[in-house]
Design a protein around this ligand. Structure first.
Ligand SMILES: Cc1ncc(C[n+]2csc(CCOP(=O)(O)OP(=O)(O)O)c2C)c(N)n1
Length: 693
């Protein structure tokens, strides 16, 4: 407690001196945090903290100097090496995964972590995941979803709500029904609930002791509502006098945990301790101030995994160990994630040609399979190969095997532990997957339709994509999210969406979209073996198309590298760059054209994408049509067109042309849908106009 207080005081001084730019204090929250830390076993339990948890982080093993390095954003800051704002606790060698600024995302990750404990530990001796937030954050959907999943699964999670009565300026009674945080959760069957004076160390410790015993024994989660006081404004950017009465602030001071618990040590001992800690914190601050700022040359490091990560020959044993920074020296991936990539060499000239693949593929003698069955086989292969692979999502388990049957038979073959249903809650699916990945599992969840991925956006944008970067490579989360996308199926507004452009905009995420069964098979296996998170998009209209059928190789190690496109048909007059459902439509048009020679490139991966292949083709043809199903405005075609214009200007004989879906949602009726999604006649017209330029 004293360390936390001294650090807060020192940080406020440093802030006034202009040495740092932001501070959120733990002042007033110290007692319950100290009690929590002392009740846990830092060697095996995990902490999913929030920004006030300085004492908890110290209790788990962080040093005052490390806290100060983080506060000052200096080299050696173990939370992020200067990437995150202060007070975003996390540590590569303690069980503290990187925390973000988004209030509430940590809850579902803690559930995922607790589910990992249930797989790894003895049933009555489970490691615990403690997750914390303030009272305001309990309004977030993720809090409710996490309580629901943890309770249903009897997961060893302790939810600690550090209830200081305010979320910045908003008092608790304006946040939720009921005067107390847990009023509305009392009815959750199996949820143990405790209310405690979090300023009282002894009471808090007793509460935590009970909670830890309960969760460790496998009896399920515990929700602790700890009443604390916020003795500072919300943050250094806030002035609490604007919304709190002086009388109220004075009343809070009377509950100051350092005063309330002063009987724990004698006055004399306290005086000595205070002096020692003051000096220790002061010396730690001097050392932290002497540390350099992070090396600017590292600013692009760890957006992606530091080694070539298609991991085609990598076995399960060679995967990263959670919480441990990898020291691979190869930075090859880092700078190849934009438009660059190795050149493709010889390309095939038909839909089936795949001569750029890895591993022998000359044994693909089996029957042809449709794309959805190729996905199924890739999942089965990888479930068999690596016991950490888990498949889950809505309706994926049992005889149903997913609404598109992509996971059919997997529960039967690998058991309900490896292929199971998730609740109808997309944020839960991604958040829990992140928590599992933090613990070394390899989750491959399914989002049933791209159109419903949006409730998981916070987890994908602010957590999944950036966890490696923001933790300076300490906490990678290589989750593969499979997502059926696209239209041409009379799916209307909410079963036809294309999402590749939006998600490709997030550094840290890889995005692929195959157009044949063979590509889907090879790319999904690569994605699962990859050390980065991958959004694996599957076009629904291709799932059962004859033209997308392929024979699959017998060799279960055959994979297709992410980031490599393919020329589907060669030509010399015009290049069409496309992917997904438009590949075949483009080929059908081109086949019928007389006296025009068109090269069709299927990108297969959107991020990274194979710009070299595009550039080579443009060099030959001088004319490019960029074709996609998604709407045109800020679609992926905009990026492609810009890159081609910028980098291939000398080779172009005409402006780069874009052809895309209309700027409307996708309507249901056949004739309306046809008006909106690119049709063969549109492609032909665009080719002719481009030729005539
Ligand atoms: C998702 C999200 N919305 C808004 C914010 C801005 N914000 C940061 S802290 C905070 C208040 C949180 O209050 P509470 O959970 O009660 O914690 P306390 O700060 O009181 O300890 C808000 C609104 C944020 N960081 N994340």
């Amino acid at each position: 407690m004293l360390y936390g207080r001294e650090l807060d005081k020192k940080m406020l001084i440093l802030l006034r001196q202009g040495k740092s730019f932001f501070h959120t204090g733990c002042m007033g929250h110290e007692a319950v945090q100290a009690a929590a830390a002392l009740s846990l076993d830092p060697k095996r339990d995990f902490l999913f903290p929030y920004y006030r948890d300085q004492v908890l982080a110290l209790g788990m093993g962080m040093t005052p100097e490390e806290c100060l390095l983080a506060f000052l954003g200096r080299e050696g800051d173990p939370t992020s090496n200067g990437r995150q704002m202060p007070q975003h606790y996390g540590h590569p060698s303690l069980n503290i995964p990187s925390s973000s600024s988004s209030t509430g995302t940590q809850y579902l990750q803690a559930v995922g972590s607790a589910l990992a404990s249930m797989r790894a530990d003895k049933p009555k001796d489970l490691s615990i995941s403690l997750v914390c937030s303030g009272d305001g954050t309990t309004s977030q959907g993720d809090f409710h979803e996490a309580l629901s999943w943890a309770t249903r699964a009897k997961a060893p999670v302790i939810f600690l709500v550090e209830n200081n009565g305010y979320a910045i300026s908003v008092p608790l009674e304006q946040q939720r029904p009921g005067a107390q945080v847990a009023d509305m959760h009392a009815a959750y069957p199996g949820l143990k609930f405790e209310r405690v004076d979090g300023c009282n160390f002894e009471a808090s410790y007793k509460t935590f002791e009970k909670a830890v015993k309960h969760a460790r024994k496998g009896l399920g989660p515990v929700l602790i509502d700890a009443s604390v006081v916020r003795l500072l404004p919300h943050s250094s950017s806030d002035d609490d006098k604007k919304y709190r009465a002086i009388k109220e602030l004075e009343a809070d001071k009377k509950r100051d945990p350092l005063e309330a618990n002063k009987m724990l040590v004698s006055a004399k001992k306290r005086e000595i301790l205070e002096k020692e800690i003051f000096e220790e914190v002061d010396a730690a601050a001097d050392r932290a101030l002497a540390a350099p700022l992070p090396d600017v040359s590292t600013v692009e490091e760890f957006v992606y995994a530091p080694a070539v990560t298609s991991a085609l020959s990598r076995g399960p044993e060679e995967h990263w160990i959670p919480g441990q920074a990898r020291d691979d020296s190869m930075e090859a991936q880092g700078d190849s994630m934009g438009a660059q990539g190795d050149s493709m060499g010889a390309q095939g000239d038909s839909m089936g040609a795949q001569d750029d693949s890895m591993g022998a593929q000359d044994d693909n003698t089996g029957a042809e399979v449709v794309l959805v069955d190729a996905i199924n086989r890739a999942l089965a292969d990888e479930l068999e190969r690596d016991e950490r692979v888990l498949v889950f999502g809505q309706d994926v388990a049992g005889a149903k095997g997913g609404v598109f049957t992509a996971t059919r038979g997997l529960t039967d073959k690998f058991g309900a532990e490896r292929c199971f249903n998730a609740p109808l809650a997309e944020s839960s699916i991604v958040g829990v997957a992140i928590g599992m990945a933090l613990r070394g599992l390899k989750p491959v969840p399914e989002i049933q339709f791209a159109d419903y991925i949006w409730t998981a956006m916070m987890q994908i944008r602010n957590e999944l994509s950036v966890m490696r970067y923001r933790s300076n490579n300490a906490w990678p989360v290589p989750v593969v999210i499979r997502v059926p996308v696209g239209g041409y199926i009379h799916g209307g507004l909410c079963h036809s969406q294309n999402i590749e452009a939006i998600f490709s905009h997030f550094p840290g995420l890889k995005v692929v979209l195959p157009s044949t069964a063979l590509d889907a098979y090879g790319l999904l296996k690569s994605a699962i073996r990859d050390d980065d998170p991958v959004l694996f998009l599957e076009h629904k209209s291709l799932y059962r198309q004859n033209f997308a059928k392929s024979r699959l190789p017998e060799n279960k190690d055959w994979c297709l590298p992410i980031g490599k496109g393919i020329i589907r048909t060669q030509g010399s007059d015009i290049t069409i760059v496309t992917y997904g459902a438009l590949v075949q439509r483009a080929l059908d048009v081109v086949r019928e054209l007389e006296q025009v020679s068109v090269e069709v490139i299927d990108l297969r991966s959107i991020r990274p994408y194979d710009f070299d292949l595009v550039a080579q083709s443009v060099r030959k043809t001088g004319r490019v049509l960029v074709l996609h199903e998604d709407t045109r405005f800020m679609g992926f075609g905009a990026e492609l067109a810009a890159e081609i214009s910028e980098k291939c200007f000398q080779d172009l004989d005409a402006p780069v042309r874009r052809l895309a879906g209309l700027e409307t949602p996708v309507p249901y009726a056949t004739n309306l849908e046809e008006q909106v999604l690119p049709q063969p006649s549109w492609i032909e017209k665009a080719i002719r106009e481009l030729l005539a330029y």
